[in-house]
Design a binder for this molecule. Structure first.
Ligand SMILES: CC(C)(COP(=O)(O)OP(=O)(O)OC[C@H]1O[C@@H](n2cnc3c(N)ncnc32)[C@H](O)[C@@H]1OP(=O)(O)O)[C@@H](O)C(=O)NCCC(=O)NCCS
Length: 239
């Protein structure tokens, strides 16, 4: 099976132990479900300045969910957890012994990965891809471009999105973000292949330090997680 079928169990009431070495927790959150806001003062100000009502409500829901989830691992009041942002924009918890995490959101849904090592996560929903050839030429490694163009037309948008989520998960794990260069991360993309990071800048040894998994979320969402470990098991929770 090329894409993992994760089970998402309801959020436990009790505190949670950090995921063990070589494992990660994945949280699935519906941002349109009404919940208490749990934001820091600066996040409240940021939300207030947002003009688009839906974006504002999704930002509040996603940040509050993140704080609530992290407090389950490290204790404390969600609003007061010291969230900080690294140079390229990746949020992190600025306290000793804290887990690492990453957030992705699309169409009112969010996924949060929590792990003891660097981790990145990405979510996309099936959609037509405009200017696919141009994007592939620009952002894909030559071997990926070859694999994609060899596919029948009706499989190409799906394979493109599979590759895109996998590459973005890698760049979010390292914290580089898209500016780090999607073409540098060579991943598998065919529907019958396991998700795998094949090489980074052509270096297969460097890629083996990371694990990439693809999984389904929210029924029709295509997601990928990448973590700095040679093997990775996953456990799903829903908030
Ligand atoms: C982070 C990035 C990959 C987001 O991609 P996306 O598909 O639009 O959005 P996603 O929903 O998957 O992820 C967004 C979340 O990623 C996290 N994030 C932001 N920067 C990140 C980075 N460098 N690495 C990892 N995670 C990052 C944030 O938690 C963000 O959510 P939030 O803003 O609500 O806190 C992309 O915007 C990016 O590369 N940003 C880095 C800065 C950059 O290169 N800017 C280019 C300006 S020219």
């Amino acid at each position: 099976m090329a894409t993992l079928d994760l089970t998402f169990t309801p959020c436990p009431d009790e505190p949670l132990a950090l995921p063990a070495n070589t494992s990660a927790h994945i949280w699935q959150i519906d941002l349109d479900v009404a919940r208490d806001a749990m934001l820091s003062a600066s996040e409240q100000a940021h939300a207030k300045a947002m003009r688009h009502a839906e974006k504002q409500s999704h930002f509040v829901a996603a940040r509050s969910a993140l704080r609530l989830i992290l407090s389950k691992y490290v204790g404390g009041t969600p609003e007061n957890l010291p969230l900080a942002t690294a140079a390229q924009g990746k949020p992190f918890l600025d306290m000793a012994g804290a887990p690492q995490f990453n957030v992705t959101h699309a169409r009112g849904k969010a996924l949060i990965a929590v792990a003891p090592m660097a981790v990145g996560i990405d979510l996309e929903f099936a959609r037509p891809v405009r200017q696919l050839d141009r994007l592939v030429e620009h952002y894909f490694a030559p071997a990926e471009e070859k694999a994609l163009t060899a596919l029948p037309d009706d499989q190409r948008a799906q394979a493109f999105l599979a590759a895109w989520t996998r590459k973005e998960a890698c760049l979010k794990a390292t914290g580089e973000g898209i500016a780090g260069g999607l073409h540098r991360y060579h991943v598998t993309l065919r529907a019958n292949e396991h998700a795998q990071l094949i090489s980074i800048d052509g270096n297969e040894t460097a890629a083996r330090a990371w694990t990439l998994h693809a999984f389904r979320a929210f029924e029709d969402g295509q997601a990928a997680i990448c973590a700095a470990t040679p093997s990775l098991s996953l456990q799903g929770f829903s908030l």
